[in-house]
Design a protein. Structure first.
Length: 84
């Protein structure tokens, strides 16, 4: 199988877009999966800089609002690429 690379910045932008969705398919479980995936990539590439809730009045642990967040772009991000 061929090894491919993908820019972490593009993956982070995609994740942030998915976490901001409000349609019927963007459930708490769906967003929890996105959070787990992007946190793993950011931590493994040394790019984790934290996140902010999209609505701080709706961020109780485990709720849809808790997973509606935006991860911060690291200053190191443009040079990092992951292999998939």
């Amino acid at each position: 199988m061929a090894k491919k690379t993908y820019p972490v910045a593009d993956l982070l932008a995609f994740a942030n877009f998915q976490l901001a969705r409000t349609d019927e398919f963007a459930t708490a479980d769906y967003k929890a999966g996105i959070c787990s995936m992007i946190e793993k990539v950011l931590l493994n590439t040394g790019n984790y800089e934290g996140f902010g809730f999209l609505d701080y009045t709706d961020c109780e642990t485990g709720t849809l609002g808790y997973y509606s967040r935006c991860y911060t772009f690291s200053h190191n991000l443009p040079t990092k690429i992951i292999s998939i």
